[in-house]
Design a protein around this ligand. Structure first.
Ligand SMILES: Nc1ncnc2c1ncn2[C@@H]1O[C@H](COP(=O)(O)OP(=O)(O)OP(=O)(O)O)[C@@H](O)[C@H]1O
Ligand SMILES: [Mg+2]
Length: 229
């Protein structure tokens, strides 16, 4: 099987207000197409770990490879381009640009990548928004949409460059239960399309959607289980 992620002996410290070891030797691999949830109590290190995996945080010991490339060695500029192409990230708070249109928000990572002309990117954005059930909102300011719609726009933005890995940190943390189910169905569909999905959550019913559950406690993986179908 193709390995999309390889994490070896990752250790991380925070130094403020005092030295604190938040991750204590994390090692695991992810194969293409897996749907993983990372669970554990508040403060166990889940978000910290996901930020390292996403290459947004580079201050750690150990090594991380994404799609066969050792990202630990990369410089910031190279890393930003690599991340934009390979990883789609969905935050708990959608982080859309509120005064930009929905379409502009979705298009941004693709225009940065510069692989396709703007018209092509626009069509792609409109298509993605349709797939995610937010059609007809393209020209509205992002701030005008409901919470569930905004999160779907954020997912469209994460998907615009066709990344092989989608990472999400508590993507339903701000949503009502109905919108949460809709968002989780989107992640399940992505998994069915053979995308690799890694989702951090502390909610057991959200973790249930995944096929493999990695449990973190005090900065260590204490269990890593593939669920029976
Ligand atoms: N920038 C930082 N500086 C210092 N300590 C931090 C920083 N960010 C996180 N921590 C600490 O690291 C630990 C892990 O935090 P992290 O955010 O990874 O937890 P989490 O498992 O995602 O929790 P939650 O479920 O509440 O989101 C916590 O004790 C937290 O206080
Ligand atoms: Mg967190």
């Amino acid at each position: 099987m193709d390995k999309v992620l390889s994490v070896n002996s990752v250790v991380k410290y925070f130094h403020n207000p005092q030295d604190f070891q938040v991750l204590k030797g994390i090692t695991f691999d992810v194969n293409k197409g897996e749907f993983i949830s990372v669970v554990g109590k508040s403060g166990s290190g889940k978000s910290t770990l996901l930020y390292l995996l996403s290459t947004m945080d580079t201050d750690y010991e150990g090594t991380i490879s994404v799609n066969g490339t050792n990202v630990t060695e990369m410089g910031q500029n190279q890393l930003a381009a690599f991340r934009n192409e390979h990883i789609g990230f969905v935050f708990q708070f959608h982080f859309l640009l509120p005064d930009f249109s929905v379409a502009d928000n979705v298009m941004l990572p693709a225009l940065k990548l510069g692989r396709y002309p703007k018209e092509v990117v626009y069509d792609k954005a409109v298509n993605l928004l349709k797939l995610l059930d937010v059609s007809g909102q393209e020209d509205k300011k992002a701030s005008r949409l409901s919470g569930g719609q905004q999160q779907r726009v954020a997912i469209a933005r994460a998907l615009i460059n066709d990344p092989s890995i989608i990472m999400a940190d508590e993507p339903t943390g701000n949503l009502d239960s109905h919108s949460s189910i809709e968002i989780m169905n989107i992640f399940s569909n992505l998994h069915e399309q053979e995308k690799t999905v890694i989702l951090v959550t502390h909610e057991p019913d959200i973790a249930e959607y995944a096929k493999r559950v990695i449990t973190v406690r005090d900065g260590m993986i204490i269990s890593d289980e593939i669920k029976e179908q």
